[in-house]
Design a protein around this ligand. Structure first.
Ligand SMILES: Cc1cc2nc3c(=O)[nH]c(=O)nc-3n(C[C@H](O)[C@H](O)[C@H](O)COP(=O)(O)OP(=O)(O)OC[C@H]3O[C@@H](n4cnc5c(N)ncnc54)[C@H](O)[C@@H]3O)c2cc1C
Length: 500
């Protein structure tokens, strides 16, 4: 991220404040190496660090920023600490890649009331990006055989009979899971009600009980973000498609159901952070919360510490394993921290040096049941920009990449692609590897519930721990995704405001 003049001034002021705090004020940096050392010293907010803030918010993703804005509006003095070098968490526009793809939070639903209102308040605009789906068709590669979209319904490898015969393999997971969804027409929080706990079982078992065959379940496993169909609660999937269906029914005035932010979704967290009175502090990885006499000390990995009457913690739940709490978190909440998992995925981005699809005459985009899963030439393309391509692998197939460096992931994808599609050989230039879990601050894509976990943890994600209140999409009740993050930030802020 380009460092703004304001941030630059802050960092210089911060280094000076830290030098003072360490009793080194007389050691003015005379040589360059000392200046470099000083740049590594802890950063502090512009001006002196306050002895105590009303609220410290940890995490500058959408949930944390929403909470911070609401609390500030209610008159609280709020400081936001963010572990990464950038704002936004799982909202991250890859600005250096042609087409500026969104690495994570991408589509804004017409019913995302809180988010749409914030976009408006920040002076940003929603838009429908220029799509090239028509010129960039998809084809399928199943069991090594290329199959066009048009041929699929009559193809011998299509395992479906009757009403599902026209479904494409990429639609199996959502459409078949949502078929006769017991949550249909229920309110969005129904997944947490006791009468639906009978569906808190492995998703593959649920589908088998509905007569779904093994080949269909195998193909559904390609699309799943979790650790596999058998490791995912059916209730998790039923909730997903229930919320999706609800969202899909709503429309913007121009008839579209989903939009993005003009210029990239990252503009929103940036604008939200910029609107706060106290500057959001980056590179502040929180490692401990210690509460004494109703005041919480929040310690960061760089040795700095901040005090607050209240804390809002938006750290993804599985990352909390690595954070110290005094007093300890015990019981069900501790078990949730230990066991809840996040969706897995990895994206390998490449620049396309020549349109390889013109050489082999096949469709540019592929959905496969093999190791590469999905290979897509950017559907959103701006005039004059080069072509880019992403290999998107999620669920169990992506686990092996935890054992590889970025260079090894690029080579793996290029080699596998060259076998599947020789026309790509030598034409893909590595650009960037992106994965929400490939970072100490990220747990993965989004929370997913394993069999039995909705029943056990679903209603135990939100209780405060002393002065610490929790938010983040993993604590949302009604919505999921970015709107779920807003919903959770609002709830956590209200817990503090209404208590006063
Ligand atoms: C591939 C992908 C596609 C998606 N597509 C969509 C979509 O189309 N539509 C949609 O609505 N949603 C989508 N989502 C989901 C959406 O991006 C998230 O639900 C939402 O952004 C989560 O916001 P959050 O505030 O809960 O968490 P985060 O954005 O993860 O915020 C948490 C913040 O805490 C910081 N942090 C972590 N640990 C520490 C620490 N120890 N100290 C200090 N800071 C710390 C992190 O760096 C991060 O900034 C997608 C996600 C992914 C991964």
């Amino acid at each position: 991220m380009k460092i703004s003049r304001r941030k630059f001034v802050k960092n210089v002021a911060g280094a000076t404040a830290a030098v003072g705090a360490l009793g080194l004020t007389n050691c003015a940096p005379k040589d360059e190496s000392l200046k470099e050392d000083l740049a590594l010293l802890p950063k502090q907010p512009k001006g002196p660090v306050k002895e105590k803030y009303d609220v410290v918010v940890v995490g500058a993703g959408l949930s944390g920023l929403q909470a911070a804005i609401l609390l500030e509006e209610a008159g609280y003095d709020v400081l936001v600490l963010e572990g990464r070098k950038r704002l936004g968490g799982r909202v991250y526009t890859l600005e250096n890649i042609p087409g500026k793809p969104e690495a994570a939070g991408e589509w804004i639903g017409a019913n995302y009331a809180r988010m749409i209102s914030m976009v408006d308040k920040m002076g940003l605009k929603l838009f429908s990006p220029p799509m090239t789906n028509d010129q960039r068709p998809w084809m399928y590669n199943i069991k090594g055989e290329f199959i066009t979209k048009e041929d699929w319904s009559s193809h011998p490898l299509n395992p479906q009979k009757g009403e599902f015969r026209d479904l494409l393999p990429s639609q199996f997971l959502s459409k078949i899971s949502n078929h006769e969804n017991p949550l249909k027409d229920q309110p969005l929080d129904a997944w947490l009600k006791p009468e639906f706990q009978k569906y808190d079982i492995p998703h593959d078992d649920y589908l088998r009980s509905k007569g779904i065959d093994e080949e269909t379940i195998r193909l559904m496993n390609v699309t799943i973000h979790s650790g596999g169909m058998h490791r995912t609660s059916a209730l998790n999937e039923l909730r997903r498609y229930h919320v999706n269906e609800f969202n899909g029914k709503m429309q913007f005035p121009d008839g579209k159901s989903y939009k993005m932010i003009e210029g990239g979704n990252s503009l929103l967290p940036r604008a939200m952070a910029e609107s706060l009175n106290n500057e959001v502090l980056l590179e502040k990885t929180v490692v401990a919360f210690r509460e004494k006499n109703n005041i919480t000390e929040i310690s960061c990995s760089d040795g700095t510490a901040y005090n607050a009457d209240h804390v809002i913690c938006s750290i993804p739940i599985s990352v909390l394993k690595n954070v110290t709490f005094e007093p300890l978190i015990k019981g069900i909440a501790a078990e949730a921290i230990d066991h809840i998992g996040y969706g897995l995925s990895i994206q390998a981005h490449f620049q396309v040096m020549e349109p390889f699809w013109e050489k082999d005459g096949l469709a540019p985009n592929m959905w496969t049941d093999g190791e590469l899963e999905r290979v897509a030439v950017r559907t959103i393309r701006y005039e004059g920009q080069p072509e880019a391509l992403v290999v998107f692998i999620n669920g169990p197939e992506s686990l092996k990449f935890r054992l590889m460096t970025d260079e090894q992931v690029f080579a793996y994808c290029q080699n596998k692609l060259a076998i599947l599609r020789p026309s790509t050989k030598g034409l893909l230039k590595p650009l960037l590897i992106q994965s929400c879990e490939r970072d100490i601050h990220g747990a993965g894509d989004w929370v997913y519930w394993q069999p039995g976990q909705v029943t056990k943890f679903g209603n135990n994600m939100r209780p405060r721990h002393g002065n610490i209140h929790f938010c983040g999409e993993h604590t949302a009740i009604m919505e999921r995704g970015m709107e779920g993050a807003f919903e959770s930030g609002e709830r956590a802020a209200l817990e503090i405001i209404l208590e006063a």
